[in-house]
Design a protein around this ligand. Structure first.
Ligand code: NAP
Length: 291
């Protein structure tokens, strides 16, 4: 990377990228329907009355409409039993009209969430977070990828950031984000380090990263001084900070953009990519593909 390029990091625009992906998906849906197949159908399982979950599900339904997909919401009350939750997923697995199943989480605390997620069959696990799908990611077997990690890798690809042979550092090791994105980067032949809350000398690791993924949930934890010059910096964090309007990322954008070669904004970086990947997985499921 030249000195000139280092002075102005390329903004990785997740909103525009997601829009382009949605147009591609809409075209794919048109072709599928044109070939006499039913439109893809995303079934969302919504358990309980969490307002944030309601919002996320309605955003995903709206996104389905944009691309010509069908969607439905299957509700259970907060006090539903483990068996009721698992039976609902089993019924949706067996329903041929449904291409993909999304179990909106978190589930009410009395339910064993992994067991409910594991009920979703691999062919319909368009959220990619059952233990079967995560195992497929590790074993290199066909499986849908978890949507936010997939969105991160897609952004890197669409902005031409080389992954193979690069040093990648992922800060955060959650099962929905840090671990799967680290595995996806490893599968693409990056050399990957995962940092977490017990990592000593975090900056010592982040300064080595050609690709830095921040997946922590701590506002502006990563500053420009912690970055390697020219790094691709992907900020998955969404944090509410008192006294500031809107969401704040895990990366201190103003200092980071002066050091990075590529950087995602918050909002408008990783966030919009998640739903785009959910739609892409649903289209692929309807096409009979896994992953
Ligand atoms: P999480 O489950 O709370 O995991 C946070 C991770 O960060 C943990 O592995 C934790 O380490 C690590 N961590 C905490 N403090 C740290 C520190 N000071 N230094 C280094 N590592 C530290 O969070 P998550 O669900 O992965 O989400 C992370 C962020 O991404 C949140 O802001 C969330 O809102 C956002 N997110 C965005 C999207 C999207 O854009 N669509 C989707 C999912 C999540 P330990 O394991 O040691 O505790």
């Amino acid at each position: 990377m030249t000195e000139q390029a280092r002075q102005a990091a390329v903004l990785m625009d997740g909103t525009a990228t997601a829009r382009a992906i949605r147009a591609e998906i809409a075209q794919g849906v048109t072709e599928l329907v044109g070939a006499g197949r039913p439109a893809p159908h995303l079934a969302a399982v919504l358990i309980g009355a969490d307002p944030a979950s309601e919002t996320y599900v309605s955003m995903k339904q709206k996104a389905c409409r944009w691309v010509g997909m069908d969607s439905s919401v299957h509700r259970l009350g907060t006090d539903c039993s483990q068996a009721q939750a698992e039976d609902l997923v089993a019924r949706l697995n067996a329903d041929e009209a449904i291409s993909g199943i999304l179990v909106q989480h978190p589930l009410p605390k009395h339910l064993h969430e992994p067991a409910v997620l594991d009920k979703v069959c691999a062919e319909k696990d368009i959220d990619g977070i059952s233990r079967m799908s995560l195992g497929g990611l590790i074993n290199g077997e066909p499986a849908f990828s978890s949507c936010t990690p997939a969105g991160i890798v897609e952004l890197l690809d669409r902005y031409g950031v080389q992954i193979e042979g690069k040093t990648a550092v992922v800060v955060g090791r959650s099962i929905i984000l840090g671990k799967p994105v680290a595995m996806m980067l490893l599968n693409r032949n990056a050399t990957v380090t995962i940092c977490h809350s017990r990592t000593s000398d975090l900056a010592g690791f982040t300064r080595q990263a050609d690709i830095l993924v921040a997946a922590v949930g701590k506002a502006e934890l990563i500053t420009g001084a912690m970055l390697k010059s020219g790094a691709a910096v992907i900020d998955a964090g969404y944090n509410r900070v008192e006294g500031r309007s809107g969401d704040v990322g895990d990366v201190e954008f103003e200092s980071a953009k002066r050091v990075a070669g590529f950087i995602t904004p918050v909002p408008g970086g990783v966030g919009p990519m998640t739903i785009a990947m959910l739609l892409r997985n649903t289209l692929r499921a309807a096409q009979g593909r896994i992953g």
